[in-house]
Design a protein around this ligand. Structure first.
Ligand SMILES: NC(=O)c1ccc[n+]([C@@H]2O[C@H](COP(=O)([O-])OP(=O)(O)OC[C@H]3O[C@@H](n4cnc5c(N)ncnc54)[C@H](O)[C@@H]3O)[C@@H](O)[C@H]2O)c1
Length: 322
């Protein structure tokens, strides 16, 4: 079986490719701007196809030419770039997901795994967010992802496509370059590991649900491997580190490993408005845990910080660290 990962050289996609290659699977990576550094160590074991999700012929072609049987659809634009250019985001995220689902239908792909986001929740969200919470996102990114989740469910019901999706919280790990509201989590650790000071743009009390990137890749693999009869909810919340930690608590954990770390706080009022509106105290992933056994391996910041530091030391090229 050949599997396709859209956005396959991205932060999560490349890590997922690593898992699949290590298991001996055939993997094709489709990406508009392939980042070969991320593939360090597996570059000769994957096929990379440069292409644009918004161009349906390129999506259909990669699926048909490679006899793809399973698609992990991880490609697209993240939150801040989507809000900055909503028109490009519409083409990449909304049209792109439609193209992937159409390719799956027309070329008889068995399964599509879709990466959605906790940013599909928004206005008036209750402090405990479950799979049944109302999704009223306030961002272009969140709106596009809600469409993807529901369109996938439509393809499941109408065409029998085996569609499954996970709503990731903010993903943290080494080498994050895209600007984003939750990036302080990754950048605090990365700067400290590189001996550089870091100024957080949030208050010391700020919290947000996060997951380590290795768990995000494992999660996509796990939901894909789950037996079909276990998939009842279809679109799942998935959580990582629990309970959430404040920025200050993370700083203190980092200092256990890197006592010289210099971390300061200069909250940005615009970013703080976002956190105040977020109000997400518990990101409930009970259905994912009960239906297909989701459990993160990295459940504490201590474990994440230790692995993060090691990854940077071992693989600076992979994470674009100069
Ligand atoms: N990183 C997070 O915090 C986070 C949180 C929730 C959900 N997600 C979702 O997980 C998925 C993977 O995210 P990531 O963190 O690896 O992001 P990433 O930006 O590292 O990876 C996305 C990849 O998609 C590619 N891409 C963008 N537009 C494309 C297009 N038009 N055609 C083909 N490829 C295109 C990019 O080049 C990139 O390699 C995304 O769907 C994202 O929305 C990520």
């Amino acid at each position: 079986m050949t599997k396709l990962i859209t956005g396959g050289t991205g932060f999560i996609g490349a890590e997922l490719a690593r898992i699949l290659v290590e298991r001996g699977e055939n993997v094709v990576l489709f990406d508009i701007a392939p980042n070969y550094n991320r593939l360090e160590g597996i570059e000769t074991k994957v096929k990379v196809v440069q292409g644009d999700l918004s161009n349906w012929s390129e999506v259909f072609n990669v699926v048909k030419e490679n006899s793809i049987q399973c698609i992990y659809h991880l490609g697209g634009m993240l939150s801040v770039p989507s809000n900055a250019n909503p028109w490009a985001s519409f083409r990449a995220n909304v049209c792109g997901t439609f193209h992937v689902l159409e390719a799956a239908r027309l070329f008889e792909v068995e399964k599509v795994i879709f990466s959605s986001t906790s940013a599909t929740y928004g206005l008036d969200t209750e402090p405990v967010v479950t799979d049944k919470s109302v999704q009223r996102p306030t961002t272009m990114y969140g709106c596009g992802k809600v469409y993807g989740e529901l369109l996938g469910r439509f393809y499941l019901n109408k065409f029998g496509l085996d569609f499954r999706s996970v709503r990731y919280p903010s993903i943290i790990g080494p080498g994050v370059k895209t600007p984003g509201v939750a990036q302080y989590n990754s950048w605090m650790i990365e700067h400290a590991a590189l001996g550089k000071p870091f100024e957080c743009d949030v208050t010391e009390e700020t919290t947000i649900p996060v997951m380590y990137f290795k768990d995000a890749a494992r999660c996509a693999d796990m939901i894909c491997e789950a037996p079909k009869e276990k998939i009842k909810t279809v679109n799942y919340n998935v959580n990582g580190i629990s309970p959430q930690k404040t920025a200050k608590e993370i700083e203190l954990i980092i200092k256990k490993y890197l006592p010289e770390a210099v971390i300061t706080y200069h909250p940005n009022p615009e970013i703080m408005k976002f956190y105040k509106s977020l109000n997400m105290e518990t990101y409930d992933d009970t259905n994912a845990r009960e239906e297909w056994g989701w459990t993160p391996l990295y459940q504490t910041f201590e474990k994440v910080v230790a692995d993060f530091i090691e990854e940077i030391r071992q693989h600076p090229k992979r994470y674009g660290i100069t």
